[in-house]
Design a protein around this ligand. Structure first.
Ligand code: HEM
Length: 391
């Protein structure tokens, strides 16, 4: 089997291409005919690759277009390997500690309530525009310490930064990226000069690596990554999760009656939506993987969403949405190993609160109220429009 030459670009207009993923599961690592890289999609292979940054490096690029000859590794948490990665991660990990998240929870709940207040039984609403876009954006801005008056600008910036998230010319994208970087850098410099706050911008502005403050480039890359990582991903999990509950009214009823736990629904929503499509790794040395020989310098496309639907890991019903599922195979939607998503607990909290607050309102069910629209992205996939109706 080979993957089509136009993979991934022509295959995400309706979200994850599950039938292609099934063929990849059966075939094991598959060589892309044009790109020359390996496509890796079984649960076991994805986990193996992510667990071994010594064998499968991030520093040679994590996006398809970041090829070693065209690119210089930026100083970011995602583009480094241990030990550099460990030091970067240590700077920002405290902001995601359980105690910090517990303090944030009441604020997040308030935001969810404000966003849900306009909902009326029987009235259609767009779960993307009215809930899934503003919530994660507001939460990440709260965490970063961005004033509320600037939140709208952050939405536009985050759209510009995720490849394929919005229809925009490259020129427009670049201009917005620069604008965002300039804003964040100015905010960090302000924190260095004025009284520091308890927010992440202050923490990074004042952080030191081996006695030196972060460079401007490091600061910008760090902050932009947090903004983007916490936004599009959680957005697609929320909207895709609500859409799945609308398509499976029995599961909404099981949540309402308390027959099924909300935490189980959150895990299944994450597996089901798996918003991150792929990141790349590069083999540091020759290594066998799933029956093929990977050569030193070979690139691998790690498909998180494919691993999430692997029957070998989740059973023959891996393609069914089932909030009662308690899989032994771990969730891979947040990755695995040293790069495991730093914001996983935050994302889980946001999804859980959305479900809790919707259930609190006593809706009998959530119905589909029109056609969905996919964003078509090959990096972070999800819905651009999701009309639903609480009943
Ligand atoms: C449903 C929501 C989310 C999903 C599916 C998701 C997915 C992922 C995945 C797959 C990775 C692994 C990258 C790799 O293997 O190289 C990752 C890393 C990361 N995520 Fe998330 N993420 C989500 C939400 C968040 C949130 C809310 C934040 C908070 C700002 C966040 C921050 C990060 C950061 C900083 C990393 C880099 C970690 C590292 O390289 O050590 N994510 N995420």
């Amino acid at each position: 089997m080979t993957v089509p030459e136009d993979f991934p670009h022509a295959h995400f207009s309706n979200g994850h291409p599950y039938s292609l993923y099934e063929r990849i599961h059966r075939a094991g690592p598959v060589r892309h005919p044009g790109g020359g890289y390996w496509v890796v999609g079984t649960h076991a292979e994805v986990r193996t690759v992510l667990a071994r940054p010594d064998l499968f490096r991030s520093r040679d690029g994590i996006l398809l277009e970041e090829t070693p000859d065209s690119y210089e590794a930026p100083p970011t948490i995602t583009h480094t390997d241990p030990p550099d990665h460990t030091r970067y991660r240590g700077l920002v990990a405290p902001a995601f500690r359980p105690a910090v998240l517990r303090r944030l929870e009441a604020d997040v709940r308030d935001r969810v309530r404000v966003l849900l207040d306009p909902l009326e039984p029987g009235r259609p609403f767009d779960a993307v525009a009215e809930l899934a876009v503003p919530l994660p954006l507001q939460v990440i801005c709260l965490l970063l310490g961005i004033p509320e008056t600037d939140w709208a600008r952050f939405h536009r910036w985050s759209e510009a930064i995720v490849p394929g998230a919005a229809d925009m010319s490259e020129e427009e994208r670049n201009a917005l990226r620069v604008e965002c970087g300039t804003y964040l850098l100015a905010a960090a410099h302000e924190r260095r000069e004025g009284p520091p706050g308890g927010d992440v911008v202050s923490q990074l502005a004042l952080a030191e690596l081996d006695g030196d403050r972060l460079t401007d480039l490091e600061l910008v890359m760090f902050l932009i990554q947090l903004l983007v990582a916490g936004n599009e991903t959680t957005r697609h999990a929320i909207s895709g999760g609500l859409r799945a509950l609308a398509d499976h009214p029995g599961q909404w009823s099981a949540l309402r009656s308390g027959a099924e736990a909300i935490d189980g629904a959150v895990e299944e929503i994450l597996r089901w939506t798996s918003p991150v499509v792929y990141f790349m790794r590069t083999a540091a040395e020759p290594v066998p993987l799933g029956g093929v020989k990977i050569a030193a310098g070979d690139r691998l496309m790690v498909l998180y969403g494919a691993a999430s639907r692997d029957r070998a890991a989740y059973g023959p019903d891996a393609g069914c949405f089932d909030i009662a599922r308690r899989p032994e195979a771990g969730l891979l939607a947040f990755g695995f190993g040293p790069h495991f998503c730093l914001g996983a607990a935050l994302a889980r909290m946001e999804i859980r609160i959305v479900l809790e607050e919707l259930l609190e309102r006593g809706y009998e069910r959530i119905e589909t109220a029109g056609e969905d629209e996919h964003n078509g992205s090959t990096v972070v996939t999800g819905l651009r429009r999701c009309p639903l109706r609480p009943v």
